[in-house]
Design a protein around this ligand. Structure first.
Ligand code: S3P
Length: 178
C-alpha cells in the first residue's frame, strides 16, 4: 500500500505568489488546494478584513492556529498560508510536523508592486501602506528565512516556480519515506 501524500504548506510574505503557485500545483498533482484565509472566512462567515475589524488581529491568529491544528485534512492538500500564519513562535515547527513547508520569497520592491493596489488586506488599510509593508517585511524576513527552504518568485514565470516547488516537495517526500 502506498502512503498518503503529505500536505504541502506554502508560506511567505503577502504578495509572493502562494495562491497562484498553489493553484498551479494542485492542478498538476491532483492534490486539493486550500487557502488558509478562505477557509477561515468560510468557517467565520465573514471576510478577513471584518475579522480584524470586529474581533482583532489576535483572534485572527488564533483562528489560523485552529485551522492548522484541526481545520484541514492531514494529507493530500496544498495549503497557501496567510503571510502572518508562521509569525507566532512555534508555527513553522508545527507546520513541519504536518507536512512539507516551502517558503516563497520576493524582494520588497516586487511585494510592493503586487500588493499596493489591492484592498482586501487589513494590515495595509492604513495611511501609509508602503511604510507598513516595509516595516512588516523587515520584522518578518528572518522568520521566513529560518523556514529553511526559500524559493524566489520574482524573476521567473509562476509555472517554472511551481515546477521548482514540486521538485522540492517530491524530494522531501522521498526523504520522509526512507
Ligand atoms: C496577513 C496576510 C494575508 C492575510 C491577512 C494577514 C499577514 O494573507 O492572512 O491579511 O499578516 O501577512 P496573504 O499572505 O495571502 O496576503
Amino acid at each position: 500500500m502506498t502512503s498518503p501524500d503529505p500536505n504541502l504548506y506554502l508560506v511567505g510574505f503577502m504578495g509572493t505568489g502562494k495562491s497562484t503557485v498553489g493553484r498551479i500545483l494542485a492542478q498538476q498533482t491532483g492534490l486539493t488546494f486550500l487557502d488558509s484565509d478562505h477557509e477561515i472566512e468560510r468557517t467565520q462567515g465573514k471576510p478577513v478584513a471584518r475579522i480584524f475589524a470586529e474581533d482583532g488581529e489576535a483572534k485572527f491568529r488564533e483562528l489560523e492556529l485552529a485551522f492548522i491544528e484541526q481545520g484541514h485534512p492531514a494529507h493530500g492538500c496544498i495549503v497557501a498560508c496567510g503571510g502572518g500564519l508562521v509569525v507566532p513562535p512555534g508555527r513553522v515547527e508545527l507546520l513541519k510536523s504536518r507536512g512539507v513547508v516551502v517558503c516563497l520569497h520576493a524582494p520588497i520592491e516586487a511585494v510592493l508592486q503586487r500588493t499596493m493596489r489591492t484592498t482586501h488586506r487589513p494590515l495595509l488599510q492604513v495611511e501609509n501602506p508602503e511604510a507598513r509593508l516595509r516595516q512588516l517585511y523587515a520584522q518578518r524576513e528572518g522568520i521566513y528565512r529560518a523556514t529553511g527552504t526559500m524559493v524566489l518568485t520574482d524573476s521567473r514565470p509562476m509555472k517554472e516556480i511551481a515546477a521548482h516547488v514540486l521538485r522540492i516537495y517530491r524530494q522531501e517526500t522521498r526523504k520522509a519515506k526512507k
